[in-house]
Design a protein around this ligand. Structure first.
Ligand code: F0G
Length: 468
């Protein structure tokens, strides 16, 4: 199929309200973030029948991996047939996506699985998964002629938006909870030239504020409430399946904060199924941090009350007023995209659960022992997988992919405190890390260094094991 045949992608797409009783549709050039009629969440609906033959598409996507066309060098725009943009729009890209899928044998052993793969979205240009969605959102903002792009953030959305806004020559303002964003993330936003606006409040307060700002016609809101963000992020599902040679994993596990990522993964898998490229959905599980887990609580209540798991009944979420966790990226009490996310989880037969601070911290360290660093929020996945294996919700020989969302260098302070035994939440006593590996002061001579190496060899045998 030639690119001309599908050139008018935008003519085949609408923004649609996901509330079944409303179901209203709007043009994709309308600058709206929720349904103007009922206030429900919007999602982009592309006419998939107009995308062409699925097997031809699959081959075309594979062939593009070797191409030097700037759009093919992006792991998002490579899948442009499924994006709501005409092929000739100028894209704002940092060559995002194309992130690795690794085997993680030590993490697998820790979880009680025979094998485990991790998809590391922290290898994106600004160090987090946000880049896959920011390339499409900022491209859309530029198309609409926005002057200023804004977001509320726990740090990564901000760093990513700041970078893409700089590429597009747009003004950028980020609204963040003062004192709750890691210095690495703030440093990125400052360097990319954004106005860094720190408020006295938490992420949920910042989110409310930017939604008010978005009424202003010159402002474009780039949080994942914006369905054009989700469009870019859904391509992670396409790239993952391509890397798995189109063999569907049994389970895909993602961290949950504002719930944009899990919503996007669900949409991506759903579109692949509609196209016939996969014949079922992987079970999509979302893991939150225990002190910031409104959706996990809701899921537990639904299970207890035996609420139908087909998504036909969804009680309202009860926000957590004062969310707490050391995984600051997901310190969110009122997730904006919970409806889309929960719908995706339920449709796939997945689960939502919470992991404790200790579980997250040890899981983060074991991923490190696989030579794959990530930030704390990402490690909720490994903690959640381990719990699901122990509870019998995941079989030892099933295929599992954990989605890691941020780079280890996003929060080095957390890592240092874990290994030095000073990591604690609030006034609680410091955690004892199962895999703590503090530095050792040694005498400045060869024999002292050799003695230390020998001692460690005898102690651990090289493979760390968690106590169950
Ligand atoms: N992991 C990391 C590293 C994150 O930065 C976030 C969210 C999540 C997981 C959760 O993803 O919100 O799509 O469910 N960070 C946002 C931010 C809130 O502002 O950077 P989600």
């Amino acid at each position: 199929m030639s690119e001309r045949a599908t050139e008018a992608r935008s003519a085949n797409a609408v923004q649609r309200c996901i509330i079944p009783e409303c179901n209203s549709a709007y043009g994709i050039r309308e600058r709206i973030y929720v349904c103007p009629r009922c206030g429900g969440p919007l999602e982009i609906q592309c006419r998939l029948e107009s995308c062409g033959d699925a097997n031809v598409l699959r081959k075309q996507w594979t062939d593009r991996a070797g191409s030097n066309d700037p759009r093919d060098r992006s792991g998002v725009w490579r899948y442009r047939e499924l994006l709501p943009f005409d092929f000739d729009v100028p894209v704002v890209s940092l060559f995002e996506g194309k992130t690795p899928l690794y085997d993680a044998p030590r993490s697998a052993e820790y979880c009680g699985l025979r094998s485990l793969q991790v998809k590391h979205l922290g290898c994106n240009p600004t160090g987090s998964f946000k880049d896959a969605g920011m390339t499409t959102a900022v491209t859309h903002a530029a198309l609409l002629g926005a002057r200023t792009v804004v977001c509320a953030s726990t740090g990564n959305t901000a760093a990513s938006l700041a970078a893409y806004a700089a590429r597009a020559g747009l003004q950028c303002a980020i609204v963040v909870p003062q004192g709750q964003v890691t210095s690495a993330k703030l440093a990125q936003s400052m360097d990319y030239g954004a106005a860094v606006l720190e408020i006295d409040g938490n992420f949920d307060d910042a989110m409310r504020l930017v939604q008010e700002l978005a009424d202003d016609a010159s402002i474009y809101l780039a949080n994942s409430i914006n369905p054009f963000r989700v469009e870019g992020q859904k391509t992670v599902a396409f790239e993952l399946l391509q890397q798995c040679e189109w063999k569907l994993p049994d389970h895909v596990v993602a961290p949950g904060g504002n719930m944009g990522n899990s919503s996007a993964l669900a949409k991506g898998f759903d579109e692949l199924r509609q196209l016939g490229l996969i014949d079922r959905l992987p079970k999509l599980h979302v893991i939150q941090a225990e002190g910031s887990a409104p959706m996990a609580r809701m899921f537990a209540e639904m299970e207890k009350n035996r609420v139908a798991r087909d998504g036909s009944v969804m009680p309202d979420i009860v926000p957590v007023a004062d969310p707490k966790t050391l995984a600051t990226a997901i310190k969110i009490g009122s997730p904006i995209s919970w409806k889309k996310s929960l719908r995706g989880v339920l449709r796939s037969g997945g689960r939502v659960l919470a992991a404790s601070e200790q579980e997250i911290a040890d899981a983060k360290a074991i991923i490190g022992r696989d030579g794959i660093g990530c930030e704390p929020a990402s490690a909720t996945t490994i903690a959640g997988i381990r719990k699901m294996v122990v509870a019998g919700n995941m079989g030892r020989t099933e295929s599992v992919v954990a989605v890691l969302t941020g780079h280890i260098l996003k929060d080095p302070d957390y890592v240092n405190r874990y290994h030095n035994g000073t990591l604690s939440l609030g006034s609680s006593s410091p955690m004892k890390g199962a895999f703590a590996n503090p530095p050792e002061r040694v005498a400045a001579n060869k024999s002292a260094i050799l003695a230390s190496i020998e001692r460690r060899n005898h102690k651990s045998g090289g493979v760390p094991r968690a106590k169950n």
